[in-house]
Design a protein around this ligand. Structure first.
Ligand code: GUN
Length: 291
């Protein structure tokens, strides 16, 4: 068994959440309600938000979509966020990123009420995450950790390379895996676009978590035999043999590395589905904190 089946684990997590919602109903507790704020017409963002809303329906959550034209000003968007902050019906919400040019992401995330910040991007929650204090963990790193736990991967003392230093994935997962937690205690290296000798660093790593968005960048000659690969990349590449004219690939050249690894997440069906189930898990927690 080499494949880390994120689709299967995500379905298990969603089933657990659905059960928890049914139990809440029996106890006459509030149905969790997730809202999404979507600004502009970015295609992938619309797809992600739709998937989040569909997942809410599946587990029995209530959901709302607040959609705004890309012409909305930062001031107007902040006032919309403040309305959601005080709307007692909504337990948690996300502001889908990226935001259109002209809107300062930092200013917006700063306004999301920490107790409703189920993405964990408000500086208060992000700071707690960095300090190892319990809080909402950003969904993609939380999904990676859930896979590490459910596949009983012991990273204690292992060399773990994170490629990419984004605020959404690379930075938080590098912090979390170095912490003295059951899933952590790894020796973490963060590589990025300015890193020298990336191939050598990859060859020296027991686990590689790649989140750079360059299709099939990591090849067989870059990895150590028996290493574990977590591929966070999701890219469309042209494929005339496919009905859609494209296929989805990750940062890792899956076919070429497969024989050499001990465990690997496929794309699609690896980390991607986990992101949504962990967002819903955070929302369930936000709701139960209000009980
Ligand atoms: N854009 C890409 N990933 C994410 C995410 O996890 N949350 C939000 N809000 N936007 C994203």
């Amino acid at each position: 068994m080499k494949i880390i089946d994120g689709k299967k684990v995500s379905n298990e997590v969603l089933d657990e959440i659905k059960l928890a919602v049914q139990n809440r109903k029996k106890l006459n507790l509030k149905i969790p309600h997730l809202a999404a704020v979507l600004v502009g017409d970015d295609g992938p963002s619309q797809t992600y938000v739709n998937s989040k809303i569909r997942a809410c329906e599946r587990v029995g959550f209530e959901s709302s979509l607040f959609q705004f034209d890309k012409s909305i000003t930062e001031y107007e968007l902040i006032s919309e966020i403040e309305k959601i902050n005080v709307n007692d019906d909504i337990d948690g919400f996300i502001v889908q990123l990226p935001l259109p040019k002209g809107i300062n992401q930092e200013n917006i995330l700063n306004k999301v009420l920490p107790k409703k910040d189920v993405d964990g991007f408000n500086p208060i929650n992000y700071g707690k995450m960095a300090l190892g204090i319990e809080t909402f963990l950003p969904a993609t790193p939380a999904g990676i950790i859930e896979l590490i736990k459910r596949y009983s991967i012991d990273l204690k003392g292992k060399k773990c390379l994170v490629i990419g230093r984004s605020q959404i994935v690379g930075r938080p997962i590098s912090i979390l895996l170095s912490q003295n937690k059951i899933f952590g205690n790894a020796t973490v290296t963060v590589a990025h676009s300015r890193s020298n000798n990336l191939k050598e660093i990859c060859l020296d790593s027991d686990m590689i978590i790649s989140a750079i968005g360059i299709p099939e960048f990591i090849k067989k000659d870059m990895i150590k035999p028996g290493s574990i690969i977590i591929d966070v990349g999701i890219c469309r590449v042209k494929d005339d043999n496919s009905l859609k004219g494209y296929r989805i690939v990750g940062d890792v050249d899956f076919e070429s590395v497969y024989d050499k690894v001990s465990l690997i997440t496929p794309v699609p069906g690896g980390v991607g589905p986990m992101t949504i189930s962990m967002l819903l898990k955070n929302t369930l927690r936000a709701s139960s904190l209000n009980d």
